[in-house]
Design a protein around this ligand. Sequence first.
Ligand SMILES: Cc1ncc(COP(=O)(O)O)c(C=O)c1O
Length: 401
Amino acid sequence: MDDIPFSPPDIRQEDIDAVIEVLNSGWITTGPRTREFEDRLVALSGAQGCLTVNSATAAMTACLRFLGIGEGDEVIVPAYTYTATASVVHHVGARAVIVDSDRDSIHLTAAAVDRAITDRTKAVIAVDLAGVPAPVTELLALCRSRRATFSPSSPAQEALGRIALVSDAAHSVGAAAAEGRVGTLADFTCYSFHAVKNLATAEGGAIEWRSAEAFGITGPELYQTLRRGVLHGQTKDALEKSRGGAWEYDIVELGHKANMTDIQAALGVSQLSRLPQMLARRRDILRRYQAELEGSGVELIDHFSCRESAAHLALTFLPAQMAPRRDGIIEQLAAAGISTNVHYKPLPLLTAYQKLGWQPADVPNARRTFEREVTLPLHTLLTDEQVSRVAQAYRRAVDAQ
Ligand SMILES: Cc1ncc(COP(=O)(O)O)c(C=O)c1O
Protein backbone atom coordinates (compact mmCIF):
# COMPACT_ATOMS: atom_id res chain seq x y z
CA MET A 1 0.00 0.00 0.00
CA ASP A 2 1.21 3.49 -0.84
CA ASP A 3 2.27 5.85 1.90
CA ILE A 4 -0.13 8.73 2.55
CA PRO A 5 1.71 12.06 2.71
CA PHE A 6 0.52 14.84 5.01
CA SER A 7 0.09 17.72 2.58
CA PRO A 8 1.66 17.49 -0.89
CA PRO A 9 1.02 20.38 -3.32
CA ASP A 10 -1.75 19.75 -5.86
CA ILE A 11 -0.01 20.83 -9.07
CA ARG A 12 -1.93 20.21 -12.30
CA GLN A 13 -0.89 20.54 -15.94
CA GLU A 14 -2.60 23.96 -16.17
CA ASP A 15 -0.38 25.21 -13.29
CA ILE A 16 2.72 24.00 -15.10
CA ASP A 17 1.55 25.59 -18.38
CA ALA A 18 0.91 28.91 -16.60
CA VAL A 19 4.42 28.94 -15.14
CA ILE A 20 6.00 28.02 -18.48
CA GLU A 21 4.08 30.85 -20.15
CA VAL A 22 5.61 33.35 -17.70
CA LEU A 23 9.08 31.85 -18.13
CA ASN A 24 8.73 32.32 -21.89
CA SER A 25 7.22 35.79 -21.60
CA GLY A 26 10.41 37.76 -21.03
CA TRP A 27 9.15 39.05 -17.66
CA ILE A 28 9.57 36.84 -14.59
CA THR A 29 9.63 39.10 -11.52
CA THR A 30 6.80 41.33 -10.20
CA GLY A 31 4.68 42.37 -13.17
CA PRO A 32 1.36 41.77 -14.96
CA ARG A 33 0.69 38.30 -13.48
CA THR A 34 1.25 39.62 -9.98
CA ARG A 35 -1.27 42.41 -10.58
CA GLU A 36 -3.74 39.91 -12.02
CA PHE A 37 -3.33 37.67 -8.96
CA GLU A 38 -3.99 40.65 -6.66
CA ASP A 39 -7.12 41.59 -8.64
CA ARG A 40 -8.36 37.99 -8.52
CA LEU A 41 -7.81 37.79 -4.75
CA VAL A 42 -9.82 40.99 -4.27
CA ALA A 43 -12.59 39.58 -6.49
CA LEU A 44 -12.70 36.49 -4.27
CA SER A 45 -12.84 38.25 -0.90
CA GLY A 46 -14.38 41.64 -1.61
CA ALA A 47 -11.55 43.35 0.28
CA GLN A 48 -10.81 46.96 -0.67
CA GLY A 49 -7.30 46.18 -1.89
CA CYS A 50 -4.53 43.62 -1.98
CA LEU A 51 -0.75 43.53 -2.23
CA THR A 52 1.01 40.22 -2.80
CA VAL A 53 4.35 39.50 -1.13
CA ASN A 54 6.65 36.51 -0.70
CA SER A 55 5.20 35.09 2.56
CA ALA A 56 2.64 35.62 5.31
CA THR A 57 5.55 36.51 7.56
CA ALA A 58 6.53 39.36 5.23
CA ALA A 59 2.85 40.38 4.96
CA MET A 60 2.42 40.70 8.73
CA THR A 61 5.77 42.46 9.14
CA ALA A 62 4.79 44.97 6.44
CA CYS A 63 1.49 45.69 8.24
CA LEU A 64 3.19 46.24 11.60
CA ARG A 65 5.76 48.53 9.94
CA PHE A 66 3.01 50.46 8.19
CA LEU A 67 1.27 50.87 11.56
CA GLY A 68 4.49 52.28 12.98
CA ILE A 69 4.69 49.62 15.68
CA GLY A 70 8.11 49.29 17.29
CA GLU A 71 10.10 49.54 20.48
CA GLY A 72 8.04 49.94 23.63
CA ASP A 73 4.85 48.68 21.93
CA GLU A 74 2.95 45.48 22.62
CA VAL A 75 1.01 43.27 20.21
CA ILE A 76 -1.34 40.59 21.54
CA VAL A 77 -1.05 37.15 19.91
CA PRO A 78 -2.46 33.70 20.71
CA ALA A 79 -0.24 30.99 22.23
CA TYR A 80 -1.82 28.38 19.98
CA THR A 81 -0.25 29.27 16.64
CA TYR A 82 2.85 29.00 14.51
CA THR A 83 5.84 31.12 15.53
CA ALA A 84 5.44 33.60 12.63
CA THR A 85 2.35 35.17 14.25
CA ALA A 86 4.53 36.32 17.15
CA SER A 87 8.06 36.53 15.70
CA VAL A 88 6.99 39.35 13.35
CA VAL A 89 6.21 41.48 16.41
CA HIS A 90 9.78 41.08 17.61
CA HIS A 91 11.12 41.65 14.08
CA VAL A 92 9.78 45.21 14.27
CA GLY A 93 11.22 45.70 17.78
CA ALA A 94 7.97 45.41 19.73
CA ARG A 95 6.95 42.74 22.28
CA ALA A 96 4.49 39.93 21.60
CA VAL A 97 2.12 39.42 24.51
CA ILE A 98 1.20 35.75 24.30
CA VAL A 99 -2.32 34.93 25.42
CA ASP A 100 -3.54 31.51 26.52
CA SER A 101 -6.55 29.93 24.84
CA ASP A 102 -9.85 29.99 26.66
CA ARG A 103 -10.96 26.56 27.83
CA ASP A 104 -13.75 26.37 25.29
CA SER A 105 -12.02 27.86 22.23
CA ILE A 106 -8.78 27.32 20.36
CA HIS A 107 -9.16 30.77 18.84
CA LEU A 108 -8.09 34.04 20.40
CA THR A 109 -11.23 35.28 22.16
CA ALA A 110 -12.24 38.84 22.96
CA ALA A 111 -12.39 37.93 26.68
CA ALA A 112 -8.75 36.75 26.67
CA VAL A 113 -7.57 39.80 24.70
CA ASP A 114 -9.50 42.12 27.00
CA ARG A 115 -7.47 40.84 29.98
CA ALA A 116 -4.16 41.38 28.14
CA ILE A 117 -4.65 44.95 26.86
CA THR A 118 -2.36 47.58 28.40
CA ASP A 119 -1.67 51.19 27.46
CA ARG A 120 1.17 49.86 25.29
CA THR A 121 -1.07 47.60 23.18
CA LYS A 122 -0.99 48.74 19.54
CA ALA A 123 -2.35 45.72 17.71
CA VAL A 124 -3.90 42.29 18.07
CA ILE A 125 -3.09 39.46 15.67
CA ALA A 126 -5.83 36.82 15.51
CA VAL A 127 -5.30 33.50 13.73
CA ASP A 128 -7.87 31.70 11.57
CA LEU A 129 -6.62 28.41 12.91
CA ALA A 130 -7.08 25.42 10.56
CA GLY A 131 -9.06 27.62 8.15
CA VAL A 132 -11.85 28.45 10.63
CA PRO A 133 -12.28 32.24 10.93
CA ALA A 134 -11.37 33.72 14.33
CA PRO A 135 -14.03 35.90 16.05
CA VAL A 136 -12.73 38.98 14.24
CA THR A 137 -15.92 41.06 14.57
CA GLU A 138 -15.92 40.66 18.36
CA LEU A 139 -12.21 41.46 18.50
CA LEU A 140 -12.75 44.57 16.38
CA ALA A 141 -15.60 45.67 18.67
CA LEU A 142 -13.24 45.26 21.63
CA CYS A 143 -10.51 47.33 19.90
CA ARG A 144 -13.11 50.04 19.24
CA SER A 145 -14.39 49.98 22.82
CA ARG A 146 -10.86 50.77 24.08
CA ARG A 147 -10.51 53.94 21.98
CA ALA A 148 -10.54 56.26 24.97
CA THR A 149 -7.35 54.81 26.48
CA PHE A 150 -5.44 54.26 23.21
CA SER A 151 -2.27 56.31 22.92
CA PRO A 152 -1.05 56.44 19.28
CA SER A 153 2.64 56.67 18.47
CA SER A 154 2.55 57.00 14.64
CA PRO A 155 0.47 58.85 12.03
CA ALA A 156 -1.26 55.59 10.98
CA GLN A 157 -2.17 54.79 14.59
CA GLU A 158 -3.30 58.37 15.11
CA ALA A 159 -5.63 58.18 12.10
CA LEU A 160 -7.03 54.79 13.17
CA GLY A 161 -7.45 56.01 16.74
CA ARG A 162 -7.56 52.53 18.27
CA ILE A 163 -5.78 49.20 18.60
CA ALA A 164 -5.36 47.71 15.10
CA LEU A 165 -6.64 44.25 14.25
CA VAL A 166 -4.46 42.11 11.98
CA SER A 167 -5.81 38.75 10.84
CA ASP A 168 -3.26 35.97 10.37
CA ALA A 169 -5.19 34.23 7.62
CA ALA A 170 -2.31 31.94 6.61
CA HIS A 171 -4.82 29.04 6.70
CA SER A 172 -7.97 30.71 5.48
CA VAL A 173 -7.87 32.00 1.93
CA GLY A 174 -11.43 31.71 0.58
CA ALA A 175 -13.09 31.36 4.01
CA ALA A 176 -16.03 33.37 5.32
CA ALA A 177 -17.40 34.24 8.75
CA ALA A 178 -21.09 35.00 9.38
CA GLU A 179 -20.33 38.73 9.16
CA GLY A 180 -18.45 38.61 5.85
CA ARG A 181 -15.65 37.05 3.87
CA VAL A 182 -12.13 36.81 5.25
CA GLY A 183 -10.30 39.87 3.91
CA THR A 184 -13.17 42.26 4.61
CA LEU A 185 -13.31 42.09 8.40
CA ALA A 186 -9.95 42.91 10.02
CA ASP A 187 -7.93 46.09 9.36
CA PHE A 188 -5.37 43.88 7.59
CA THR A 189 -5.66 40.25 6.53
CA CYS A 190 -2.46 38.32 5.78
CA TYR A 191 -2.43 35.12 3.73
CA SER A 192 0.20 32.46 3.16
CA PHE A 193 0.63 30.61 -0.12
CA HIS A 194 3.42 28.39 1.20
CA ALA A 195 3.79 24.95 -0.41
CA VAL A 196 1.56 23.19 2.16
CA LYS A 197 -1.24 25.75 2.08
CA ASN A 198 -4.64 25.41 0.34
CA LEU A 199 -3.43 27.66 -2.46
CA ALA A 200 0.28 27.11 -3.03
CA THR A 201 2.71 29.31 -4.95
CA ALA A 202 5.73 27.50 -3.36
CA GLU A 203 6.35 30.57 -1.19
CA GLY A 204 4.05 33.56 -1.18
CA GLY A 205 1.66 35.72 0.74
CA ALA A 206 -0.70 38.66 0.46
CA ILE A 207 -2.06 41.57 2.48
CA GLU A 208 -5.69 42.63 2.10
CA TRP A 209 -7.32 45.61 3.77
CA ARG A 210 -10.88 46.68 4.38
CA SER A 211 -10.47 50.46 4.47
CA ALA A 212 -7.45 52.60 3.59
CA GLU A 213 -9.53 55.63 4.59
CA ALA A 214 -9.42 54.39 8.20
CA PHE A 215 -5.71 55.33 8.03
CA GLY A 216 -6.47 58.71 6.47
CA ILE A 217 -5.26 57.73 2.99
CA THR A 218 -6.71 56.37 -0.27
CA GLY A 219 -6.58 52.75 -1.41
CA PRO A 220 -3.93 53.46 -4.09
CA GLU A 221 -1.84 55.34 -1.48
CA LEU A 222 -2.01 52.41 0.93
CA TYR A 223 -1.06 50.02 -1.90
CA GLN A 224 1.92 52.20 -2.87
CA THR A 225 3.07 52.62 0.73
CA LEU A 226 2.90 48.91 1.51
CA ARG A 227 4.57 48.05 -1.80
CA ARG A 228 7.42 50.48 -1.18
CA GLY A 229 7.92 48.86 2.23
CA VAL A 230 8.56 45.46 0.59
CA LEU A 231 10.55 46.85 -2.35
CA HIS A 232 13.60 48.57 -0.87
CA GLY A 233 11.62 51.75 -0.15
CA GLN A 234 11.87 52.40 -3.89
CA THR A 235 9.35 54.64 -5.65
CA LYS A 236 9.07 52.47 -8.81
CA ASP A 237 9.00 48.73 -9.29
CA ALA A 238 11.16 46.93 -11.87
CA LEU A 239 8.43 46.92 -14.53
CA GLU A 240 7.81 50.67 -14.22
CA LYS A 241 11.55 51.35 -14.36
CA SER A 242 11.94 49.15 -17.44
CA ARG A 243 9.69 51.38 -19.56
CA GLY A 244 11.71 53.51 -21.97
CA GLY A 245 13.25 56.57 -20.31
CA ALA A 246 11.69 55.85 -16.92
CA TRP A 247 14.85 54.71 -15.16
CA GLU A 248 14.93 57.33 -12.42
CA TYR A 249 13.68 56.44 -8.98
CA ASP A 250 14.11 57.51 -5.39
CA ILE A 251 14.58 55.51 -2.18
CA VAL A 252 12.36 57.16 0.38
CA GLU A 253 12.85 54.69 3.25
CA LEU A 254 15.11 51.74 4.09
CA GLY A 255 12.61 49.15 2.91
CA HIS A 256 12.60 45.39 3.05
CA LYS A 257 12.62 43.13 -0.03
CA ALA A 258 9.68 40.77 -0.10
CA ASN A 259 7.84 41.19 -3.41
CA MET A 260 6.08 38.33 -5.21
CA THR A 261 7.34 37.23 -8.64
CA ASP A 262 5.21 36.65 -11.75
CA ILE A 263 6.27 32.99 -11.65
CA GLN A 264 4.64 32.58 -8.25
CA ALA A 265 1.66 34.71 -9.26
CA ALA A 266 1.06 32.53 -12.35
CA LEU A 267 0.74 29.52 -10.04
CA GLY A 268 -1.53 31.57 -7.80
CA VAL A 269 -3.87 32.67 -10.61
CA SER A 270 -4.04 29.15 -11.97
CA GLN A 271 -4.79 27.59 -8.56
CA LEU A 272 -7.27 30.33 -7.67
CA SER A 273 -9.43 29.20 -10.61
CA ARG A 274 -9.75 25.79 -8.92
CA LEU A 275 -10.02 27.05 -5.34
CA PRO A 276 -13.82 26.64 -4.94
CA GLN A 277 -13.62 22.98 -6.02
CA MET A 278 -10.50 22.40 -3.90
CA LEU A 279 -12.19 23.84 -0.79
CA ALA A 280 -15.33 21.80 -1.46
CA ARG A 281 -13.25 18.61 -1.69
CA ARG A 282 -11.43 19.50 1.55
CA ARG A 283 -14.76 19.95 3.32
CA ASP A 284 -15.97 16.66 1.87
CA ILE A 285 -12.89 14.89 3.29
CA LEU A 286 -13.55 16.44 6.71
CA ARG A 287 -17.13 15.16 6.62
CA ARG A 288 -15.83 11.69 5.78
CA TYR A 289 -13.36 11.81 8.69
CA GLN A 290 -16.16 12.99 10.95
CA ALA A 291 -18.42 10.09 9.94
CA GLU A 292 -15.67 7.46 10.17
CA LEU A 293 -14.45 8.66 13.58
CA GLU A 294 -17.96 8.77 15.05
CA GLY A 295 -18.03 6.99 18.40
CA SER A 296 -14.21 6.64 18.62
CA GLY A 297 -13.86 9.26 21.36
CA VAL A 298 -11.74 11.36 19.00
CA GLU A 299 -13.06 14.86 18.36
CA LEU A 300 -12.50 16.68 15.04
CA ILE A 301 -12.13 20.47 15.09
CA ASP A 302 -15.46 22.07 14.16
CA HIS A 303 -15.24 23.30 10.57
CA PHE A 304 -18.98 23.41 10.03
CA SER A 305 -20.44 25.91 12.49
CA CYS A 306 -18.86 28.87 10.68
CA ARG A 307 -20.24 30.13 7.35
CA GLU A 308 -17.41 28.71 5.23
CA SER A 309 -14.22 27.19 6.58
CA ALA A 310 -11.19 27.00 4.29
CA ALA A 311 -10.81 23.46 5.69
CA HIS A 312 -7.04 23.74 5.86
CA LEU A 313 -6.18 21.37 8.71
CA ALA A 314 -7.87 18.30 10.15
CA LEU A 315 -7.02 18.89 13.79
CA THR A 316 -8.27 16.08 16.02
CA PHE A 317 -8.33 15.87 19.79
CA LEU A 318 -7.94 12.66 21.77
CA PRO A 319 -9.84 12.29 25.03
CA ALA A 320 -7.85 14.07 27.78
CA GLN A 321 -6.84 10.84 29.52
CA MET A 322 -5.17 9.61 26.32
CA ALA A 323 -2.80 12.59 26.05
CA PRO A 324 0.21 10.60 27.35
CA ARG A 325 -0.35 8.11 24.51
CA ARG A 326 -0.53 10.71 21.74
CA ASP A 327 3.01 10.23 20.45
CA GLY A 328 2.61 6.43 20.41
CA ILE A 329 -0.50 6.81 18.25
CA ILE A 330 1.41 9.07 15.85
CA GLU A 331 4.16 6.44 15.62
CA GLN A 332 1.64 3.68 14.97
CA LEU A 333 0.11 5.71 12.14
CA ALA A 334 3.60 6.36 10.73
CA ALA A 335 4.26 2.60 10.79
CA ALA A 336 1.08 2.20 8.71
CA GLY A 337 2.49 4.67 6.16
CA ILE A 338 0.34 7.59 7.30
CA SER A 339 1.98 10.96 7.92
CA THR A 340 0.40 13.09 10.60
CA ASN A 341 1.42 16.29 12.34
CA VAL A 342 0.78 18.27 15.51
CA HIS A 343 -0.64 21.82 15.44
CA TYR A 344 0.68 23.53 17.49
CA LYS A 345 3.26 23.37 20.19
CA PRO A 346 2.14 26.52 22.06
CA LEU A 347 4.71 29.31 21.76
CA PRO A 348 5.83 29.29 25.44
CA LEU A 349 6.95 25.66 25.01
CA LEU A 350 9.50 26.73 22.38
CA THR A 351 13.08 27.70 23.24
CA ALA A 352 13.07 31.12 21.57
CA TYR A 353 10.01 32.23 23.55
CA GLN A 354 11.41 30.78 26.79
CA LYS A 355 14.49 32.95 26.20
CA LEU A 356 12.08 35.90 26.19
CA GLY A 357 10.78 34.83 29.61
CA TRP A 358 7.69 32.80 28.64
CA GLN A 359 7.02 29.48 30.39
CA PRO A 360 4.72 26.54 29.64
CA ALA A 361 2.87 27.33 32.89
CA ASP A 362 1.74 30.64 31.33
CA VAL A 363 -0.57 28.81 28.91
CA PRO A 364 -2.18 25.81 30.67
CA ASN A 365 -5.21 25.64 28.35
CA ALA A 366 -3.17 25.77 25.13
CA ARG A 367 -0.84 23.18 26.59
CA ARG A 368 -3.65 20.76 27.44
CA THR A 369 -5.05 21.14 23.93
CA PHE A 370 -1.63 20.57 22.33
CA GLU A 371 -0.97 17.44 24.38
CA ARG A 372 -3.99 15.62 22.94
CA GLU A 373 -3.82 16.93 19.37
CA VAL A 374 -3.11 14.90 16.20
CA THR A 375 -3.54 16.45 12.74
CA LEU A 376 -4.62 14.04 10.00
CA PRO A 377 -3.69 14.37 6.30
CA LEU A 378 -6.03 16.76 4.49
CA HIS A 379 -5.36 17.58 0.84
CA THR A 380 -6.96 17.35 -2.57
CA LEU A 381 -4.86 14.39 -3.78
CA LEU A 382 -6.43 12.09 -1.16
CA THR A 383 -8.82 9.48 -2.52
CA ASP A 384 -11.92 8.41 -0.60
CA GLU A 385 -10.23 5.05 0.04
CA GLN A 386 -7.20 6.77 1.54
CA VAL A 387 -9.40 8.92 3.78
CA SER A 388 -11.04 5.76 5.01
CA ARG A 389 -7.68 4.07 5.51
CA VAL A 390 -6.45 6.99 7.63
CA ALA A 391 -9.60 7.07 9.76
CA GLN A 392 -9.65 3.31 10.33
CA ALA A 393 -5.91 3.18 11.15
CA TYR A 394 -6.46 6.03 13.60
CA ARG A 395 -9.35 4.21 15.25
CA ARG A 396 -7.23 1.05 15.56
CA ALA A 397 -4.31 3.01 17.03
CA VAL A 398 -6.60 4.69 19.55
CA ASP A 399 -8.19 1.36 20.55
CA ALA A 400 -4.86 -0.47 20.73
CA GLN A 401 -3.18 1.93 23.11
C1 LIG B 1 -0.70 30.39 11.41
C2 LIG B 1 0.47 30.69 10.51
N1 LIG B 1 0.86 31.97 10.40
C3 LIG B 1 1.90 32.33 9.61
C4 LIG B 1 2.60 31.39 8.89
C5 LIG B 1 3.76 31.81 8.06
O1 LIG B 1 3.53 31.68 6.70
P1 LIG B 1 4.71 31.93 5.66
O2 LIG B 1 5.52 30.69 5.64
O3 LIG B 1 4.02 32.19 4.36
O4 LIG B 1 5.47 33.10 6.14
C6 LIG B 1 2.21 30.06 8.96
C7 LIG B 1 2.97 29.04 8.19
O5 LIG B 1 2.84 27.88 8.30
C8 LIG B 1 1.12 29.69 9.80
O6 LIG B 1 0.74 28.42 9.90
